[in-house]
Design a protein around this ligand. Structure first.
Ligand code: CP
Length: 360
């Protein structure tokens, strides 16, 4: 059974195939209008969403399938204390594929161990957002014509920004990628990411504190929102919330062919005056999200057909270290639910929590 929990669950070749299928769908939508007839997608959203949930819904409907689910954990039996594992055991009786967003990091991984149907991570806490990554890759491919030899600036909240984490991981597998990390000290990338990037990922990267330092070199500027909901301390949020604002003045030193991406929603980090600049690609990016999710649903359902349902649970998709040390990340699912304690040893020999990647 194949799931999409982390962007690297797909090989570079498989990622390319999904992007190519999305481009085929864009070219001939009618051809795919009955491709998922008789299939159901369950959208289990424990956290707010506009783009991801509705683009999954729209994607399944355009494929001729149907959609069930909830958009608020309070309206489901989760509010009575039901675990992720039990919830997906139930959902598998009603649907063929699951898209799950959860505030706990690693929740979709737990779901994949119990569901018996493909599980897609639609964003877990501050950890990962692999379908946004597919959206970003399709957008880059369509806008720039390639996925290699690119200089990309990630700006804003790199600490809690799950879209940033997933896109950097995905890009680390392409040639000639140079990255500028533009953030205040408080919102630097998490240690596990910096460690992985330093330990021979092939990425060239540099940390800077101002947009101006990076702007003239960029092919892509990836702006992010400082996420109020992730801060435990209001004062800390107030200190960093207005760190970076992209406006027409700052764009003056950018290349004519640079593009501006943003996973959205935005608050104030991109001035409205930028929206009409042809380099502003963030609303084109949103539409790509629907097409790439259509391609992903088709691909995972196709692969699922080759598998038999689980007979025993939990099922681990890879050889984890079982009964590893406890995770110290309060946002990790392993801290709040009764799940197997799992670790993953990286190529660098370092042990990370299998659910949220915190270094153990
Ligand atoms: N980009 C993204 O995940 O947006 P939503 O939170 O609206 O789904």
């Amino acid at each position: 059974m194949r799931h999409l929990i982390d962007p690297t669950d797909l090989t570079v070749e498989e990622t390319g195939q999904i992007i190519a299928l999305a481009e085929e769908i864009i070219a001939d939508r009618a051809k795919f209008s009955q491709a998922c007839r008789g299939k159901k997608l369950a959208t289990l959203f424990y956290e707010p969403s506009t783009r991801t949930r509705l683009s999954f819904t729209s994607a399944m409907l355009e494929l001729g399938g149907q959609v069930i689910g909830f958009s608020d954990a309070a309206s489901s039996s989760v509010s009575k204390g039901e675990t992720v594992a039990d919830t997906v055991r139930v959902i598998r009786c009603f649907a063929d594929i699951i898209a799950m967003r959860h505030f706990k990091e690693g929740a979709p991984l737990v779901a994949s161990q119990y569901a018996g149907i493909p599980v897609i991570n639609a964003g877990d806490g501050s950890h990962a957002h692999p379908t946004q990554t597919l959206t970003d890759l399709l957008t880059i491919k369509r806008e720039k014509g390639r996925l290699d030899r690119l200089t990309i600036g990630f700006c804003g909240d790199l600490k809690f920004g799950r879209t940033v984490h997933s896109l950097i991981k995905a890009l680390s597998r392409y040639q000639g990628i140079k990255i500028f990390l533009i953030s205040p000290q408080e919102l630097r990338l998490p240690d596990y990411m910096l460690h992985e990037m330093s330990a021979g990922s092939g990425l060239e990267f540099r940390e800077v504190r101002t947009l101006e330092e990076a702007m003239p070199e960029l092919d892509i500027l990836y702006m992010t929102r400082v996420q109020k909901e992730r801060f435990l301390d209001q004062e800390e949020f107030d200190r960093v919330k207005d760190s970076f604002v992209l406006d027409p003045e700052k764009l003056k030193t950018a290349r004519k062919e640079m593009i501006v991406l943003h996973p959205l929603p935005r608050v104030n980090e991109i001035a409205r005056a930028v929206d009409n600049d042809p380099r502003a690609a963030y609303f084109r990016q949103v539409e790509n999200g629907k097409f790439v999710r259509m391609a992903l649903i088709l691909t995972l359902l196709g692969w699922a057909g080759e598998n038999r349902p689980f007979e025993r649970t939990p099922v681990f998709g890879e050889p984890f270290v079982v009964d590893g040390p406890a995770c110290s990340n309060p946002r990790c699912i392993s801290v709040s639910e009764d799940v197997d304690r799992l670790a993953r040893r990286g190529d660098d020999g370092i042990c990370r929590c299998a659910y949220c990647e915190t270094i153990l």
